[in-house]
Design a protein around this ligand. Structure first.
Ligand code: URA
Length: 244
């Protein structure tokens, strides 16, 4: 693949900008500046730098982000900064065009923290988000009032939310302290955790997503940090999404 095409595919700008970056000597491959935009490389696994920033070619982007509080998942946020400001510009711009960049798999509210997956692979996003695939998502809930066994029972049995007569139930629910619950959901309705907790007469004071399918938020990934998913991560998350 031509070097200018590699840069373009990774989100470094239009084809013209990418050719210019190469011609101006801003791109190195294996430590050596390459000034020929049409130079051919094997893209898979290629490591290069662009204006001093180290990059590795990824045909599709799959990443995890530790979402901090006070960020919206929208590309065009209304009140708080967007989570996209936490990602490098090439990841936001991959693919060019109207629906450029990566999209979040199952958005979190601005005040919710924790594991968020992002990708520019539409099939992956659909598989991970679709209720048909039952990918379990685990939320650590801090409630305003003490949690009791009856609330846990109701969450497991199913509660009716205002816009849907069909009850929604937690796939698992465990009280972890007086004010805390670990709640597993296999669907992702709007404000689902907050509405379920309200439906049992309590209120969410803090919400953190700790796991999606087989992927747990790594302890060393700090709020605001992101990393690429590994091949192993992708294989294990694909198994969690195997159609039931
Ligand atoms: N449920 C909610 O209520 N909020 C979130 O951010 C995620 C799930």
């Amino acid at each position: 693949m031509q070097l200018q095409e590699i840069l373009f595919s990774q989100g470094f700008g239009t084809r013209r900008v990418c050719a210019g970056l190469v011609q101006q000597g801003f791109v190195t491959v294996a430590g050596v500046p390459c000034t020929e935009p049409a130079m051919e490389f094997i893209a898979v696994g290629l490591r290069f730098t662009v204006q001093g920033v180290a990059w590795e070619y990824h045909e599709k982007a799959y990443l995890m982000l530790h979402k901090p509080a006070g960020h919206e998942c929208s590309q065009k946020p209304s009140t708080y900064p967007s989570i996209y400001t936490l990602l490098p510009a090439p990841i936001r711009q991959r693919g060019g065009g109207a629906a450029a960049g990566v999209q979040a798999v199952g958005r979190l509210d601005q005040d919710t923290t924790g594991l968020l997956l992002l990708s520019d692979d539409g099939k992956f996003i659909h598989r991970m988000s679709s209720p048909r695939h039952h990918v379990p998502k685990v939320y650590e809930v801090t409630a305003k009032h003490p949690v009791d066994a009856q609330q846990v029972q109701k969450l497991l049995a199913g509660v009716v939310l205002d816009d849907d007569p069909k009850p929604v139930r937690a796939a698992a629910c465990e009280q972890t302290s007086e004010l805390q619950l670990s709640l597993t959901l296999t669907e992702g309705k709007y404000h689902q955790v907050k509405r379920m907790i309200a439906a049992v007469g309590n209120r969410v004071e803090g919400l953190h997503r700790s796991r999606i399918g087989s992927l747990a938020l790594p302890a060393d990934l700090k709020p605001g940090e992101w990393r690429w998913l590994t091949v192993q991560d992708l294989a294990s998350i694909a198994a969690s999404a195997a159609q039931k």
